[in-house]
Design a protein around this ligand. Structure first.
Ligand code: 4AD
Ligand code: MG
Length: 458
């Protein structure tokens, strides 16, 4: 057994012993005539722990180099320095993992782009350990919220037969080299493949969450989703996590209040649990981060229909690169205008034209829009996509045909409307986009330990 006390328990005064053993990686080290100092971190907390070495006792301190892993036994003492209240007066030092001059993170500050090129080392920096600590707390907040609100956590399959969003962005899954099962006429004989049919990595757990909601009432999934998204922007990755609740006996208004309640809860949870990390991000990354938390926790989100939003966009004197028109997508420049400029807060845009959205969204009485919402955030854009689902078999049949859905692939989905159908709704929230907003990180690749995006994978 390794006897060890974390840096956090020493700095927070949780550890009552006087003499302790700590392990950590050296952030900085310097040496004077009488004493040497090393600041170490072990990721448990934002601040480093200072270790003081009396040069009379420690003759050879050549191993105290940035990046090295050390084990120190010593006494916890009050620190005379202003930066920390407690430090360790070392009695014994062991260099567990030495480093050479070639350790890449020598400088105190490295650019975020440079760090992105070494995902295996960047968690040792202040920035990335703070991001991943907050990622942990946000994950827990999700489970806490849904559990407290009567939801059941469901594990959805990652391998599916459907492209739920119909966007043609699904990665294919196969156990065979595709050329070995390609027939002379160029078609692929999937009966020879592992599942005896074509299979994909899931783009959304929604379709599989619906049967569970229509049996258990309120369920949610929280897991990885995969998209061969052609957009290579700072908001897109090929592999991201989505939170997907699905609720029986919910309409679009219920769905929208749940989204808002959930985000408010998550913001409050991080605000209370991660004060030090939030201060760090406020200081170094996003000056207005604390205001973001206050806004999320205290103000109501805005709401506007797609049709009204287009009218509003048309009136914008500044104009846009592409003139807004009913039926066109809410592009990034429109998102910016609505969320950043006009409302200055998260805004639910609802009731989009049916033609722009997948087959499963519930048709409104006007026959041309569907009961759905996208939640747009300032700075980050779309965080949530949700809708009331079409529960009427006849309407769903028409919509599926219009969208070119092969009914054979989805027969079970239609069964749900045939036997005991019920109104229901749900949404999908992009975990990493929310985390970007809550940390102030500007690129989605910087909130994922090992990001995967178009043309890039380490
Ligand atoms: O709007 P989307 O495509 O909605 C669905 O997939 C629904 N089936 C969800 C549901 O109703 N259960 O995706 C939902 C969210 C987006 O709003 C965005 O936050 C995130 O998933 N997202 C991505 N995040 C990072 N990289 C990508 N390529 C993303 N694509 C979507
Ligand atoms: Mg969407």
């Amino acid at each position: 057994m390794i006897d060890r006390i974390s840096v956090k328990s020493i700095l927070k005064g949780e550890c009552k012993e006087e003499r302790v053993t700590v392990y950590g990686w050296i952030r900085t080290a310097r040496s004077g005539k009488n004493v040497a100092f090393a600041s170490i971190t072990d990721g448990s907390v934002s601040s480093p722990l200072q270790i003081v070495f009396d040069r009379d006792k420690f003759d050879d301190i050549s191993g105290l180099a940035t990046g090295a892993c050390i084990k120190v036994t010593g006494r916890i003492v009050e620190s005379p320095g202003a930066e920390q209240s407690r430090e360790i007066s070392a009695e014994n030092l062991e260099i567990i993992g030495p480093v050479g001059d070639d350790y890449p993170l020598q400088k105190k500050k490295h650019s975020i782009e440079f760090l992105r090129s070494m995902p295996h080392l960047r968690p040792r920096t202040n920035t990335f350990s703070a991001v991943f600590r907050m990622s942990h707390h946000l994950s827990l907040a999700i489970h806490r919220f849904f559990d407290e609100n009567g939801f059941f956590f469901i594990h959805a399959p990652l391998i599916t037969t459907s492209d739920a969003e119909g966007a043609g962005e699904a990665f294919q899954v196969t156990s065979m080299p595709l050329d070995s099962i390609t027939l002379k006429n160029g078609n692929v004989d999937y009966s020879k493949d592992y599942f005896k049919r074509q299979a994909f990595l899931t783009v959304s757990a929604q379709l599989e969450a619906e049967p569970l909601a229509l049996a258990m009432g309120k369920v949610y999934t929280f897991g990885p989703t995969f998209r061969a998204d052609p957009s290579d922007t700072r908001f897109h990755t090929a592999e991201f996590w989505m939170i997907e609740p699905e609720m029986a006996f919910f309409d679009l208004d219920d769905d929208i209040s749940l989204i808002e309640d959930f985000i408010k809860f998550a913001a409050r949870y991080l605000h209370d649990k991660c004060a030090e990390d939030i201060s760090f991000f406020t200081r170094f990354y996003e000056k207005e981060l604390k205001e973001r938390y206050s806004m999320l926790m205290e103000s109501d989100f805005a709401r506007i229909t797609y049709t009204d939003a287009v009218e509003l966009l048309k009136k914008n004197k500044g104009g846009f690169e592409v003139a807004p028109e009913w039926g066109s997508d809410i592009s990034t420049e429109y998102e910016r205008f609505l969320a950043d400029e006009y409302f200055g807060c998260p805004v639910f845009v609802t009731d989009y034209p049916a033609a722009m959205k997948p087959f499963y969204m519930r048709m409104n009485d006007d026959g041309r829009t569907v009961a759905c919402t996208d939640l747009l955030f300032p700075q980050v854009g779309e965080i949530v996509g949700g809708s009331q689902r079409e529960e009427r078999l006849d309407v769903l049949n028409i919509r599926a045909k219009e969208c070119g859905i092969d009914l054979n692939d989805y027969s079970w989905y239609f069964d749900l409307r045939k036997w005991g159908s019920a109104p229901h709704a749900g949404f999908g929230l992009g975990f990493e986009r929310l985390l970007m907003y809550l940390t102030g990180m500007e690129n989605i690749r910087d909130v994922i330990p090992f990001p995967r995006s178009k043309g890039k994978m380490m």
